[in-house]
Structure formats: C-alpha cells, structure tokens
Design a protein around this ligand. Structure first.
Ligand SMILES: [Zn+2]
Length: 368
C-alpha cells in the first residue's frame, strides 16, 4: 500500500516538480558542458564510471573530447599519435552519452596548435610541407618568450593539399563519434599569414582566418554538422586589455564579421569573468562561456550568462547558449581530483573539480 501511495505521490507531485526544474534549467542554460582531453585506454573504465556517477546526476548535457590524433584513424594510419583510442573504445563513450542524453562532440585542433613546446604535432611531422613557418625550427628546450615568437606551429590554410588530409580525419572522427558537431579548436593562432609563406604573405590575416573557418564550416555542413571553435582570435586584445592569449594581437579579430553566423563560439576566460559573450551574441553568433579552474570566476560567469540571457532582446536571447567548462590535464586527473575532493574536504588539487562543481551548483541555484 505504501508503495502504491508513494508511486502516486511521485507521479502526481514529485515527478512534475523534477521535470519543471529540468525544463527551467534547460531554458536558462541550454548547454551545460565539459571540454576535456579524450581519456586513454587504460583509464577509460574509470572515466566512464565517473561520468555516470558524477556528471550525469549534475545534469551535464554536452561533452567535447579533445581527440586530436589519438584515435586509430583508418583513413590516415600514418597520423595516429601515441595514446590512441580504438573504435570499440569510442563506441563505449558514444553509448554512455546516448543513454544519458549527452551531446558528444569530438575535437581536433585545426590551423593552430600543430606543435607544443619541443614537440611537433603529428600532422606537420608527417607532412612538413603543410607548415606555415618551415623556417622556424622547434627548439631542443622550449622557452617563452623566444626570438621566433613561437608558441605553436600552424598549418598553412592555403596549402592546396592540407584540407584533403584534415577533412578525412574530421569525417572519420565525426562518423565514429556519431556526432552532429565538431570542435576545430583554432585558438591562439599566432602564426598566420606569415611574411615568408609563398601563399599567405601579404594577405589580410582576418580574411585568412575567416576563410579557414568558413571552409571547415562548409565541409561540416555537407553532413549537417555544426562547427565549434574557441573565440579568442575573434576578439581584439590590445584596446580591450584582454591580451594576446585570450584575444588577438595579430589583427584576426575583424574575422568576427566575416564568419558564418552558425559557427558556435566557446569563449574562454579563466582569470576574470570578462563579459565578451555579449560581443559574440550581438554579432549574431551563438556563444558559451568557457571557465576553467577558479570557482569564484566560474560562479560569476554562470551568473553573467543567466543575466545576459534574461536581459537580451528576443532576437539575441538564444545566442547565449550556456557554459562549457574546460579542463587542461589528462582526463583521469579530473577524475582523481573529484574523488579525492569528496574524501577530503580540504583537498583542492588543480581546482578543476571545484570549478566544475561551482558551475553545476550555480546553475541549479539559478534554475530554482
Ligand atoms: Zn600560408
């Protein structure tokens, strides 16, 4: 009898309340995301348990996995990096996300981030002809700043053969992820339109950047897939004081008026809650703010996003999509940080877990 009463109570009162809360959350923050490095084979089990136990109950609905070249690509086995996932492993992630209504989006860094410190990325290692700055040698010991202004290598967006290769990878990874969107990175592109590149020299850097965005976007659109990118190259860095990392010092920012309006912008700011989502949204671009590891900043960013959305005209409102938290460590480090934080209230680690919890908690609070 008790069971019947509880079932009736649940059906009549509790379930609709939960539904109402979720739909309010959905209307306030349509995107509640995590951007993270793809897990490695040996820790995949732990990662999947973590997602199901810790992120699903907190109502995560979007997960961007930075795969780069760490997948057993059949189209280009020569580009497979050192810790690749198999197709079967990816399918386990896909199944978990489907079951829990999480939109799963693969990422491969295109254009920039083709090297890191002393390490040349797979694309330029195998295809050095795609290098925008072949005259810049990767140092034995990397230091910033350096005479070459080398942060990361870029590929040349005007090389006639580069898209054939990278689009094979994009198509294959989107197929195996069963994805309706792809994240192309495209952040912190310092090398673009280099004076010594025979194809790019003298060209407008904003047009070069926008051209590459459009090209990738158009390719994805053939299969009804959406392009996501980081927003930093579309913001001006000097006048705004945002600086050369989270905004542009090399005149790419005018590309904000040149790219297609259906490109989704992940607007990352980690140290301050900069209000740049307003710029993107009012340009007609859909934007999610992307925090990292400072719970105070993250909390403010979540509140800002809700406020922007509520205060916006009806034409702009839906351009404020929500929040996608970033993590910049191997995936398993977030998992370990989460469980250790739960066991020891004083443990903070990198702050990534505390920030993620702040994101979910603030969203829940605002949706009450
Ligand atoms: Zn070039």
């Amino acid at each position: 009898m008790k069971k019947i009463i509880f079932t009736i109570l649940f059906a009549v009162f509790i379930f609709p309340m939960l539904q109402a809360q979720t739909s309010k959350l959905d209307s306030l923050f349509p995107v509640r995301g995590l951007s993270i490095e793809s897990p490695r084979s040996e820790t995949l089990d732990s990662f999947l348990v973590f997602v199901e136990q810790e992120l699903v109950p907190r109502k995560l609905n979007t997960m961007i996995l930075r795969v780069d070249f760490n997948y057993y690509f059949e189209t280009h086995p020569e580009l497979v990096d050192t810790v690749p996932l198999t197709k079967q492993e990816v399918k386990r992630i896909v199944a978990l996300c489907k079951k829990n209504n999480i939109r799963l989006i693969p990422q491969i860094n295109l254009l920039g981030h083709q090297s890191w410190a002393e390490h040349l990325g797979k694309l330029l290692e195998v295809y050095p002809q795609f290098d925008e700055t072949p005259h810049v040698k990767i140092p034995e010991k990397y230091e910033w700043p350096n005479a070459d202004g080398l942060y990361c290598k870029s590929y040349c967006p005007l090389h006639p053969d580069v898209h054939k290769v990278v689009f094979d990878l994009v198509d294959e990874i989107c197929d195996v992820f069963e994805a309706d969107a792809f994240h192309a990175g495209m952040d912190e592109v310092f090398y673009i339109g280099d004076d010594l590149c025979p194809r790019c020299q003298g060209r407008d850097k904003a047009e070069l950047f926008a051209g590459e965005v459009r090209r990738i976007r158009d390719h994805l659109a053939l299969k009804n897939r959406q392009l996501m990118i980081w927003g930093d190259r579309l913001l001006e860095g000097k006048e705004t004081g945002l600086g050369m990392w989270e905004a542009s010092y090399n005149n790419t920012h005018r590309a904000i008026d040149m790219i297609p309006k259906d490109v989704f912008i992940c607007d990352w700011h980690y140290e301050r809650p900069d209000k740049t989502a307003v710029i993107f949204a009012n340009k007609g671009l859909t934007v999610a703010t992307a925090p990292w590891r400072n719970p105070v900043v993250t909390t403010q960013q979540v509140k800002d996003m809700a406020r922007f959305r509520m205060d916006a005209t009806k034409q702009v409102r839906n351009n404020y999509a929500g929040i996608i938290s970033t993590t910049w460590s191997p995936a398993i480090m977030l998992v370990r940080e989460a469980y250790r934080s739960k066991a020891d209230k004083n443990f903070r680690g990198m702050g990534q877990w505390a920030s993620l919890v702040a994101m979910f908690d603030t969203m829940d609070e605002l949706a009450k």
